[in-house]
Design a protein around this ligand. Structure first.
Ligand SMILES: CC(C)(COP(=O)(O)OP(=O)(O)OC[C@H]1O[C@@H](n2cnc3c(N)ncnc32)[C@H](O)[C@@H]1OP(=O)(O)O)[C@@H](O)C(=O)NCCC(=O)NCCS
Length: 184
């Protein structure tokens, strides 16, 4: 792994579409972004998502970066908080991480998730020094699958069943390896 500054997460992207570390000021916008039916359906976020949950995300971002167990960003679109995007290190394989993302309903279908996941993928593999990123995606989430496939993520067989919020869901791992190029 590289030797990044542990004071704060780097800022990725630009003013139009970027990733940065969240702060307490982001809590209301995080609550708004994370409290929607699609995110409730397809992620492990608590329902309802409260200010305490948002505070936890802000705290976990600072702590995760300090101890190098994760890189938890918010997505900004024109400087407005438009979602979250994260890498969480696999405790058993510390050069591998799970990628997670959600976009606020008002910002969807404008390429925000694709751009954010591309930023975090390239940074994670080529700057942070990770070797493998994995998105765990439910088979019935075509929008999420459409986000990662053009970025070189490939479906890992076989699929598996996960108990997500008390319901059995058919899932697949989608992996991107450091050496994969988008043309592959
Ligand atoms: C999945 C999610 C992050 C996509 O965010 P987004 O910013 O709207 O995605 P983008 O605008 O970057 O679009 C990505 C692709 O999804 C496609 N897409 C959107 N809705 C779709 C649908 N219902 N079926 C198939 N494809 C769909 C878009 O057409 C686009 O593909 P294209 O560029 O090839 O046309 C967003 O819907 C979301 O937050 N969902 C709830 C949380 C979630 O599912 N997170 C992922 C958990 S694994």
């Amino acid at each position: 792994m590289g030797e990044p500054s542990l004071d704060a997460l780097p800022v990725l992207g630009d003013a139009l579409l970027g990733l940065r570390q969240p702060s307490d000021d982001d809590i209301p916008a995080l609550v708004e972004a994370c409290n929607d039916p699609l995110s409730a359906r397809f992620t492990r976020l608590p329902v309802p998502y409260t200010a305490a949950d948002a505070e936890h995300y802000v705290r976990s971002s600072a702590e995760g970066w300090r101890d190098q167990t994760g890189a938890l960003f918010v997505i900004t679109l024109d400087e407005r908080l438009a979602g979250t995007c994260s890498l969480r290190i696999d405790a058993e394989n510390p050069t591998e991480a799970e990628v997670g993302y959600l976009v606020a309903p008002w910002a969807r279908n404008r390429g925000v998730a694709r751009a954010a996941v591309e930023l975090i993928t390239e940074w994670g593999l080529h700057s942070w020094g990770l070797t493998r990123l994995v998105a765990n995606i439910e088979d019935l989430n075509p929008a999420s699958i459409a986000v990662v496939t053009p970025l070189g993520y490939r479906r890992v067989e076989p699929g598996y069943v996960q108990d997500l919020k008390g319901t059995q869901r058919a899932m697949h791992h989608w992996e991107r390896l450091a050496e994969t190029t988008e043309a592959n």
